[in-house]
Design a protein around this ligand. Structure first.
Ligand code: HEC
Length: 423
């Protein structure tokens, strides 16, 4: 038997035994053959067989088993004693952007408990691993062998969904889901006493930023990846409300739904939850337009909402007892990524029912720029709304300061939000 025939016979034998598969016809005379995790280029014209490196799916799997499985588990589900995350958890996958994954692999994390691989693995291998990590979700098992198209399909699907950087745009909720047992802090600052671009604040008070601030502080906890509870407290000058909330994510674009829907119910009580209670129920509807933008509509009922007035001091009696009014508002907003980690955000919250009873003459609105880093977001912007609780966010500076013109564009003032996932 000459070489040529030997070659053809061995190829046919491998194929009939089912232990090899032909991958692609590169030219008329070559085939790529996969056998035992290795790939060969068979050139029938030149009569050569050349090993061309392992198949991509297998390479990824092998790389992971060799370097990562010890801490992340062979199935990617994590190892409790090493405190590694469960890569099969869709909520975790949602919270991780591809660049976070690449970053974690390249530079390590958590003071080296997750080692840095840059230098030890090539960029191409790190890319391969990042795709492989994506392939753990949905299937609940490793992608790799025999599922080479699945990671690509998933990447396609998730790449059309926007990932909000924060729980709010500026004050309007994004309804984004949380990690199961994830813990988040929300720190929201508003500087309503001085407008950013008019009055004395421009030079003397650095655009109002070194004037009095209203800092609100909140914690949010994921009971499951759909149900979260949160607590938020605003300062004395704005009535010292404490807001308790439960939020539930009903629909999620990540699970093939046409839009995201979350429902949030909350109760606010002023003077550290001791009086002037307001109950709220909101629906948060959002939809991605490509992976770069998302639109939000938030209808909100508030029962016994209070006019937003300044407290005259720090005593309980300095927080006025004003009658409650039932209101309905529809917040509308959008986020648009101008860079992979930078979004422009905007929102407007018109109160449609009983606005004048609360002294709201113009809809509250805000816009700003948001930097999203791994598990962290910082949003800086201009707003007409001093309050951040559900019922207070629709009210404006005019009502708060008792100055009718204070909510015109010249009355816009600065504010910022910080969000950090601490667990
Ligand atoms: C010595 C143990 C160890 C090894 C080996 C290891 N990791 Fe990790 N990895 C960790 C720990 C611990 C964390 C969690 C760090 C944190 O959440 O702060 C982590 C986190 C990650 C994350 C980020 C997930 C998240 O939620 O932040 C990715 C991605 C990751 N590892 C990928 C890999 C890949 C790919 C390899 C193999 C090349 C690998 N790891 C090898 C311990 C390890």
């Amino acid at each position: 038997m000459n070489d040529y025939r030997k070659l053809i016979y061995s190829v046919l034998l491998l194929l009939t035994l089912g232990s090899a598969s032909i991958f692609a016809d590169t030219t008329d005379s070559t085939v790529i053959l996969e056998h035992n995790g290795k790939r060969y280029m068979v050139d029938t014209a030149a009569m050569t067989v050349q090993e061309i490196g392992p198949a991509k799916g297998e390479e990824a799997s092998a790389l992971f088993q060799k370097n990562c499985a010890e801490c992340h588990g062979a199935d990617g589900k994590g190892v409790a004693s090493v405190h590694t995350p469960d890569f099969t958890n869709p909520a975790l996958q949602r919270s991780l952007r591809t660049e976070d994954i690449l970053n974690a692999i390249r530079n390590g994390k958590d003071g080296g408990r997750m080692p840095a691989w840059s230098g030890k693995l090539t960029d191409a291998q790190i890319d391969t691993l990042s795709t492989y990590i994506r392939s753990f979700s949905k299937t609940g098992r490793a992608g790799g062998i025999g599922s080479s198209s699945r990671p690509a399909q998933e990447a396609n699907r998730t790449s059309n969904i926007y990932e909000p950087g924060d729980d709010v745009l500026f004050s309007l909720p994004t309804g984004r889901a949380v990690d199961e047992h994830g813990l988040y802090v929300n720190f929201m600052h508003r500087f309503p006493y001085d407008a950013a671009f008019t009055g004395p604040s421009r030079g003397g008070e650095l655009f109002g930023l070194d004037s009095f601030a209203l800092p609100s502080f909140g914690l949010r906890y994921g009971v499951t990846d759909k149900l979260s509870i949160s607590i938020l407290r605003s300062p004395s000058l704005i009535g010292r409300p404490i807001q308790l909330m439960a939020a539930y994510n009903i629909l999620d674009e990540h699970h093939e739904a046409p839009l995201n829907i979350a429902v949030r119910v909350s109760i606010e009580g002023q003077n550290n939850f001791r009086k002037n209670y307001t109950q709220n129920i909101e629906g948060v509807f959002s939809r991605s337009v490509t992976s770069k933008a998302q639109f939000y509509v938030v209808p909100t009922f508030s029962f016994d909402a209070r006019p937003l007035v300044q407290a005259s001091g720090f005593l309980s009696s300095d927080i006025p007892d004003l009658p409650g009014v039932n209101t309905f508002s529809i917040g509308v907003g959008a986020a648009y990524d101008i860079r992979p980690t930078v979004a422009l955000i905007g929102e407007v919250i018109p109160t449609l029912l009983n606005a004048s009873e609360l002294g709201i003459h113009r809809p509250a609105y805000s816009f700003g720029i948001q930097k999203k880093i791994f598990r962290h977001a910082f949003t800086f912007g201009l707003t007409t709304s001093p309050g951040v609780t559900v019922s207070e966010r629709a009210a404006t500076r005019a009502e708060f300061l008792g100055e009718p013109s204070a909510d015109t564009p010249w009355g816009l003032f600065f504010g910022f939000d910080l969000m950090r996932q601490i667990h």
